[in-house]
Design a binder for this molecule. Structure first.
Ligand code: CUA
Length: 168
């Protein structure tokens, strides 16, 4: 009877130690195939030396891609973002498509879910909504050299009106 009790208590760590790797594998499979989360693939690559002749980075800026939908094509380089000032109407859904011309940078927009690494050779994407008018700062949050702390820009969200701000 005593032996059986000891065995029973061992199950308290045997079962979790079996469930943990099974749970991690299930999470990995779900994020890969279910939630479509994965590392950047070959289609997300770009030659950082040829950005000036590689669409969309040959023409950085804001492009309207649908009703209230915009794409910001952005290049990070030491020590600035291009574009560094972005105008959008309130209620916009914006996808940032960014890459680096030189070293590893980051793109962080506080109060949004945009928080990505901006790597030379890779295209980063992140989407956010801007419902409230105001000025949103964005910064480089990866140390990239002497001017890192100056690498920033702003998004100016104007109260929505009927004007066409698509522009470029
Ligand atoms: Cu770019 Cu820090």
């Amino acid at each position: 009877m005593k032996r059986k009790t000891t065995y029973y208590y061992e199950l308290f760590w045997i079962i979790p130690s079996l469930l943990l790797p099974i749970g991690m594998l299930a999470t990995l499979l779900f994020t890969s195939y279910g939630a479509d989360v994965h590392l950047p693939g070959a289609e997300g690559r770009v030659d950082p030396a040829k950005l000036d002749s590689t669409p969309p980075f040959d023409n950085p800026g804001v492009v309207q891609v649908g009703p209230s939908r915009y794409e910001v094509r952005m290049v990070g380089e030491i020590w600035s973002f291009n574009p560094s000032e972005i105008h959008l109407p309130a209620g916009s859904e914006v996808t940032f498509v960014a890459t680096s011309r030189d070293v590893v940078h980051g793109l962080f927009i506080p109060r949004t879910n945009v928080n990505v690494m901006v790597l030379p050779g890779q295209i980063a994407r992140a989407t956010a909504r801007f419902d409230k008018p105001g000025t949103y700062l964005f910064i480089c949050h990866e140390y990239c050299g002497a001017g890192h702390h100056t690498m920033a820009g702003q998004i100016i969200v104007d109260a929505a009106d009927n004007g066409d701000r698509g522009g470029k």
